[in-house]
Write a protein that binds this ligand. Sequence first.
Ligand code: RVP
Length: 499
Amino acid sequence: MAFYYSEPSRTFSEFLLLPNLTSKTCTPDRVSLKTPLCKFSRGEEPALSLNIPFSSAVMQSVSDDNMAVALARAGGISFIFGSQPIESQADMVRKAKGYKAGFVVSRSNLTPEHTLKDVLELKERTGHSTAAVTHDGTPKGRLLGIVTSRDYRVSRDAADKPVGEFMTPFASLIYGQSGISLSEANDLIWEHKLNCLPIVDDNGHLDYLVFRKDYDAHKNNPTELLDANKSYIVGAGINTKDYKERVAALVEAGVDALVIDSSDGYTEWQRETIEYVKAHFDVKIGAGNVVDREGFRYLVDAGADFVKVGIGGGSICITREQKGIGRGQASAVIEVAEARQQYFEETGIYVPICSDGGIVHDYHITLALAMGADFVMMGRYFARFDESPTRKLKVGNNFVKEFWGEGSNRARNWQRYDTGGKQGLVFEEGVDSYVPYAGGLQENLDKTISKIKSTMCNCGSLTVEQLQRTARITLVSATSIVEGGAHDVILKENSLSGE
Ligand code: RVP
């Protein structure tokens, strides 16, 4: 006979936190959001931790190299999408790992033969007011000069005036030699009152640009997530089909952590993949997704470094409607967290869990942590930002960004869903959609993080671990949810709503 759970499966919106005593020393500026990414033994430090409990989803419309850099700069991790050819995914990892905080590969480049018209078009297209002039117009070509808006007067100069005639030529440029440190570059910037310092190699080829504003940003990012070589920590998604070649290429590109990306991780294919990766490579590997203790235990026994939780809760996911499998995200996290605790008591090994999908409001993140998640993974949340890889469009009067599921026809990520056959996607498990455009990642994260820290203080917790241990959580009735929003008043325009 089938097994029936006595409790319905629940979502985050059905729960609230109760305050615990807040001591006078429990203030948001003292809260640490540091959290383990990979398993560790009692009394030891995890080999990899996050400085904020955020990861971005393994999705084409969310996590590329650009997102990886932006999120690692803030202290979290991106798992670069795996539904692309092995070489292009490895290239993205390489780019993100090669990105030296503060040193950027020039993204606006010209040759001396380009014209003022080209400069203006480039500026319009990219928003960059500094362009490098190289012999071949590539970011690593021989540096011939720099063009900024101080080099031309649109009202006076002819549109067809060649760049070579008005750029600041190499001979007059202050530049740094490849290999200098960020603080040496900064000294040059200050000494010579520059906005941008080109970094040039021994052959006169452009290596990087260092911008004054980026240096300030670097100083303002005390939580950035760096490896021992001061490169950003970068993750990548893999599947259970081409993992032998893919993992080799990703490890070679410098990836720090892998995750097997699948809608259902409780499978022998995942066990085989984990065992193979553990036997052949020195790299961390998470697995999932699961929604119960059996799934968790199976992946941990196979050797997973962390386990991802959630089936069917993603904003673009229609797995539950299409196939009738899944579980309310809160119930899934609660049960897997219990299994993790039991495993820890039995073995002394702590396996972090990641709540993946279904975060709608910022407070859902705090709830997920309180229920035992060590970090969350989000797609929709990050898709809204400038740093996501998709187009920003105007629909009606609003700006939106594109966002599509890995199980949609658009992504064609059949490895994520298939169950062993070679038939590909027969039906969709995800939709193609828009999300409201929300601006830059950092400013949005700052707001979300302030809310999490503030709630943690209400709960008397200065760390994620303390929140997990001491949180008191209550179910809410459908009618009391109404009580929680603004009610029985006439709202003025521009009143707070949303997130
Ligand atoms: P959300 O944050 O609610 O947008 O959810 C993102 C998660 O949804 C992903 O991390 C992944 O687990 C899941 N996903 C991605 N594509 C699809 C799909 O097409 N069904 N689901």
